[in-house]
Design a protein around this ligand. Structure first.
Ligand SMILES: [Zn+2]
Length: 246
């Protein structure tokens, strides 16, 4: 007589998450998308939290970092309770739109490749967005190119090694000197912007706010985003929304 071992996959957990989005689900429930500290994107069913009397409805909102108790059953996660650890707030609408684009893009990429963006890395980008949304998006795009195995060469001319830089070319893979740039598709040739790109690419994420980014423009971000969107599931709906605001 074979021995039957029944494994019941049902357990309670406590973890820290950043809330990405909350959608109403059934009558009073919500479906909450979130990312944990390892960079895993998950969806959780939160019963009763869409009701106006729920004490958790206000906590389960985008950009809040919460410690959440939940129940895991048959691969579905059920919200139990939450406490707020940190709230990231934006006082201008452009920064909020840019932060939404970044957060949703990172969530989508984590779904594709788990652990690409752990929670506290995401928080660093979102906090940089409070200082400059253009700098945060530029830094994020440069880092994501690196994640894609396409780190841009920004120390010297990517073709000949010359230190006399005159342009940035995505297709060449970084900076080009005047001679080499003739044969390349040059995306940016403003020297102030090239300096900023180098600073942002080299700076650790938590120190990127120290770069001077007054020369950066949405045009620079656009070039990088359009390059990345062929490789990654970026949140282009949020991008379009933000692009129309500017
Ligand atoms: Zn060269």
């Amino acid at each position: 007589m074979p021995i039957l071992i029944q494994i019941v996959v049902s357990m309670n957990n406590k973890n820290t998450f950043i809330i990405v989005s909350t959608q109403p689900y059934k009558e009073k429930d919500a479906l909450v998308r979130m990312i944990n500290e390892d960079g895993t994107s998950i969806s959780m069913i939160a019963k009763g939290t869409s009701s106006p009397t729920s004490k958790y409805g206000a906590l389960l909102q985008p950009f809040n970092i919460c410690e959440i108790d939940y129940h895991l059953k048959d691969n579905l996660s059920f919200f139990i309770s939450a406490s707020l650890k940190k709230a990231i707030v934006y006082d201008d609408f452009n920064a909020l739109a840019a932060a939404s684009f970044l957060l949703q893009s990172m969530e989508a990429i984590n779904r594709l490749e788990s652990n690409s963006y752990p929670l506290w890395t995401i928080v660093d980008y979102l906090v940089l967005c409070q200082t400059s949304s253009i700098a945060a998006m530029t830094k994020w795009c440069l880092d994501t190119l690196k994640l894609d195995g396409r780190e841009m060469m920004m120390d010297e001319c990517v073709k000949c090694g010359s230190l006399q830089i005159s342009s940035f070319s995505l297709s060449a893979g970084g900076f080009c000197c005047k001679t080499c740039s003739v044969a390349e598709k040059n995306d940016i040739s403003d020297i102030e912007i090239l300096r900023t790109l180098r600073c942002l690419a080299k700076a650790p994420l938590d120190l990127a706010y120290k770069c001077s980014f007054h020369a950066l423009t949405m045009h620079v971000v656009k070039i990088l985003v359009y390059e990345l969107k062929d490789s990654y599931p970026l949140a282009m709906k949020s991008w379009k929304f933000m692009d129309e605001l500017v």
